[in-house]
Design a protein around this ligand. Sequence first.
Ligand code: IDP
Ligand code: MG
Length: 162
Amino acid sequence: MSDLEERTFIAIKPDGVQRGLIGEVIKRFEQKGFKLVGMKMLQVRICNQLSPASQELLHNHYADLSTKGFFPSLIAYMSSGPVVAMVWEGKGVVKTGRVMLGATNPADSAPGTIRGDYCIHVGKNVIHGSDSVESAEQEISLWFQPSELVSYKSCAFNWLYE
Ligand code: IDP
Ligand code: MG
């Protein structure tokens, strides 16, 4: 796979959806030049095993944090409303995506970043982004079926890349 086809998993968390930030997040990634190759809205429900998105998804997604004291509240937060799950593609999109998000704790996120501009508390930090190429691949396969992702050449490609 070409490095121009690097992919990352970005999710607008329930607070970001409720606060009307879906368009703002998409706008920032689009304007940067990254390409949207998958997107869906879903709600992870706590009690409904028939839901397309079960809590197991969140337990897998945040498996590395399962021993943290805030883990139960993190799962409750992520289940508290719809999320918008997306896959964005482009050169360096994992690392640059993290820079665009800002630090985990919005108190430390620089102005100009999404978390720096739109939130205050670490437990309501509006957006998720993969932290490495490996975790991106794992998260994308957790949240999306291969058939839900598209491959296409952007008409802006030659104006973005040398
Ligand atoms: P990240 O989202 O920047 O990758 P992680 O350390 O992977 O940060 O933590 C995942 C999510 O867990 C954070 O985005 C935040 O929503 C939540 N979280 C992390 N640390 C805390 C904390 O100390 N208190 C409450 N929630 C936290
Ligand atoms: Mg993380």
